[in-house]
Design a protein around this ligand. Structure first.
Ligand SMILES: Cc1cc2nc3c(=O)[nH]c(=O)nc-3n(C[C@H](O)[C@H](O)[C@H](O)COP(=O)(O)O)c2cc1C
Length: 269
């Protein structure tokens, strides 16, 4: 089955009809999963369904699939490779899914070697979107080969918190993939910002995952002087922010933000 078409229309789905798929539909999904070749054959994965998960950024879904391993090198890459194929397969079958990178299996089946969880099912509304609705960094920020069709597909790939921590450098016959590793204080800043957001939302009854699901992450571009330009939010996002009585700024002074919101001081302060 050609899944390429789904790359340009899939999205992370966070609102599900809480009705399980039929046993036949689940069998079909298992068959598809077993047919996907791993990236590293020496690091096989195990899959299992679980009924309950816990952790940050929860999404309530009728099904959760746990990717588990044995602690071998290459397992995480295999989980991403096969799991994202399954996401495309779900999209091609009018269903949706979302990675749950910060969740754990909350049942007795939980194992130390569990890698990641994928929530899926029949979604409320459409599991697809238009290509113009993808929130991504400008492609020139992630590669030197902006016309390369494969890299254009990578540009649309999902990433935790949509940080797109990659750069692809194309030379004559090679493509080097660089990964940006978030270090403190930015990794810490994400966690603190999330906890503060949760506190802010607690009275409204809106969960952070619903907020992220409805509003998507606003695209931000950092300028050399440390100012972060925030894109204009779409109508759906604006309405949601209005409900929360939160004003979306058009720009943020990063140093001031770190100090005021996160209580972090930059070097030299
Ligand atoms: C490794 C990984 C972990 C993720 N973890 C979560 C999560 O815990 N909860 C969640 O709601 N979304 C999670 N996501 C989804 C991202 O937030 C989403 O891919 C990103 O915002 C881009 O949006 P899109 O997938 O709709 O294109 C994760 C994505 C990846 C790739």
């Amino acid at each position: 089955m050609d899944l390429y078409h789904s790359i340009g229309r899939r999205k992370s789905c966070r609102a599900y009809i809480q009705e399980p798929l039929t046993p036949n539909q689940l069998d079909e999904l298992k068959k598809a999963l077993d047919s996907f070749e791993p990236l590293y054959p020496n690091a096989p994965l195990e899959y299992r369904f679980t009924s309950e998960t816990k952790g940050m950024f929860q999404v309530k879904a009728p099904h959760y699939l746990v990717f588990s391993g044995k602690g071998e090198e290459g397992e995480q890459e295999n989980a991403g490779f096969i799991g994202q194929k399954l996401m495309l397969w779900l999209d091609a079958h009018e269903r949706g899914g979302v990675w749950l990178g910060a969740s754990k299996d909350a049942t007795e089946q939980r194992k130390r070697a569990d890698i990641i969880i994928l929530a899926f099912g029949t979604v409320e509304g459409s599991p697809h979107r238009e290509i113009s609705e993808f929130r991504r960094k400008p492609i020139a920020e992630i590669t030197n080969a902006v016309e390369d069709e494969c890299i254009k597909a990578v540009h649309l790939a999902p990433s935790g918190m949509n940080i797109q921590p990659w750069y692809l450098e194309k030379r004559e016959d090679t493509v080097k993939l660089y990964r940006q590793i978030l270090k403190p204080p930015m990794s810490l800043a994400y966690t603190i910002a999330l906890l503060q957001l949760r506190k802010l939302l607690s009275k409204s009854g809106i969960s952070t995952c619903r907020l992220f699901g409805r509003t998507q992450s606003l695209m931000c571009t950092k300028k050399r002087d440390g100012t972060v330009i925030v894109e204009v939010a779409n109508k759906q996002a604006r309405e949601f922010y209005q409900t929360l009585k939160v004003k979306v700024p058009s720009s943020v002074d990063l140093a001031e933000f770190k100090q005021r919101t996160l209580g972090l001081k930059s070097k030299g302060d």
